[in-house]
Ligand binder design. Structure first.
Ligand SMILES: Cc1cc2nc3c(=O)[nH]c(=O)nc-3n(C[C@H](O)[C@H](O)[C@H](O)COP(=O)(O)OP(=O)(O)OC[C@H]3O[C@@H](n4cnc5c(N)ncnc54)[C@H](O)[C@@H]3O)c2cc1C
Length: 393
């Protein structure tokens, strides 16, 4: 099957590539290319560069700084950014709470938050999961009791990524425990510096601070910081992903890893390490799967741009894309082997590398990407959706 970009789309891609070539700092691109962490300052500076060009928030309505690109253009932009090794902007601000504020926010909320998110002057994190509420999110228990013009919030969130860097957190809270679960939830924007908010780190097994627990003890939140109606937070939460639900195939990220795989194969051969032919065959098989994923993704995006209904497609794309990342990681790790291990721990940036540059973050990337089949709806949950919506089970 062939999917070719039309001339107009090619022109758009060239324009994006030219911008990236001149504006993206080389040292940042190098970090992204090899899978190293980009600092908050570097990410903030890149966000500001994109914002100055008007490209920071492609998926927002145009009146709030969006680009008015269709889904295929956004896919092209994403792939070009990834291929140039640009860092990904904060998904919490740009893909989640930003579009939700644009849709459900009061004028004051829009004025207060949207320009600051767009320019990386204010960072959000996401407070959904709780110790007893993950896949079954509607069972969440963190409570917000109304007292006059304020809510008094008590409870705990967990697995909160980047809370240590965030100024604000968007939370789902229970405002009515008497009604059906989904109907008693509200959506609050909470200042992380409010009295009663405590952040504690959660470390992954290699010592890296991947998440946090966030505790709320009698935190007073003004009613004006509620997004949408009281008890209608579930509607806001469901809308968060919007069109973005379709941009989950990780095609661009898979391309980055495939290019590392090819470099690794070449470099190990150059070092005189004898590798079985089957490894090269496995990489070819990965590339075929990636091409199929990209074609399928573009076909679905094109249909959605033309007004087609979206059903279980996001689940299919997420399943295939996240699985492909993990399969590539495994293959890359087999190729690189011990060369990646010395740098796989906290503080490892000061350790002298023992192998070529592209090996350094292979193990760390492999561990980090395990989360792709859990976060944002686990694979089992995606299978359930497909079973129901496609197979009618
Ligand atoms: C890297 C990473 C970053 C994250 N960042 C954030 C964040 O910033 N903010 C936030 O709020 N949360 C975050 N999360 C949490 C994430 O949303 C939850 O881990 C996810 O929703 C799953 O919930 P859980 O961990 O409670 O697992 P559970 O829901 O308890 O699931 C445990 C296992 O049971 C399976 N399972 C559950 N229900 C079903 C079912 N109905 N049918 C079949 N199998 C089922 C799951 O697939 C899983 O394998 C993050 C998670 C990861 C991995």
């Amino acid at each position: 099957m062939q999917y070719q970009l039309i001339a107009e789309q090619e022109k758009f891609r060239s324009e994006v590539e030219a911008f990236l070539q001149t504006e993206l700092p080389g040292e940042v691109a190098d970090k992204v290319r090899f899978g190293a962490s980009v600092s908050k300052d570097e990410l903030g500076a890149w966000t500001k560069t994109l914002n100055a060009k008007g490209w920071a928030a492609p998926n927002w309505p145009q009146e709030y700084g969006g680009t008015n690109w269709n889904l295929v253009q956004r896919h092209i932009f994403d792939v070009a950014c990834r291929q140039a090794h640009a860092p990904q902007l904060s998904g919490f601000g740009f893909n989640m709470v930003g579009p939700a504020i644009a849709k459900f926010g009061s004028s004051a909320q829009k004025e207060e938050f949207l320009p600051k998110i767009r320019n990386a002057d204010l960072w959000f994190c996401q407070g959904y999961s709780e110790p007893q509420a993950g896949s079954d999110l509607a069972s969440l228990r963190m409570s917000a009791q109304r007292e006059g013009d304020e809510y008094v919030v008590n409870g705990q969130k967990t697995w909160t990524s980047a809370a240590e860097h965030a100024d604000w957190i968007f939370c789902l809270v229970r405002t009515n425990p008497q009604v059906q679960q989904q109907k008693g939830i509200s959506f609050l924007l909470i200042d992380m510096h409010s009295p009663g908010v405590t952040v504690k780190p959660l470390y992954a097994f290699n010592g890296k601070r991947l998440w946090n627990e966030v505790f709320f003890a009698d935190v007073r939140v003004p009613v004006q910081q509620r997004l949408g109606e009281q008890d209608h937070g579930w509607t806001v939460a469901k809308s968060l992903l919007g069109d973005e639900r379709l941009l989950v195939s990780r095609v661009s990220e898979n391309k980055r890893i495939l290019s590392l795989l090819r470099s690794a194969l070449q470099a190990q051969g150059d070092r005189g390490i004898s590798l079985p032919q089957s490894l090269a065959d496995e990489i070819d098989a990965i590339e075929v799967r990636l091409q199929a994923l990209e074609m399928t993704s573009l076909r679905i995006l094109t249909q959605a741009d033309a007004g087609g209904q979206v059903g279980a497609e996001p689940s299919m794309l997420k399943l295939k894309g996240s699985q492909l990342v993990q399969d590539q990681d495994e293959l890359l790790f087999r190729l690189v082997d011990y060369l990646s291990l010395p740098l796989d721990r906290v503080g490892a940036d000061t350790t002298a590398p023992v192998g070529p540059k592209f090996c350094e973050y292979v193990a760390a990337g492999r561990y980090h990407h395990r989360g792709y089949t859990i976060a944002g709806g686990s694979s089992e949950v995606q299978y359930n959706i497909i079973a129901k919506q496609v197979l009618g089970l």
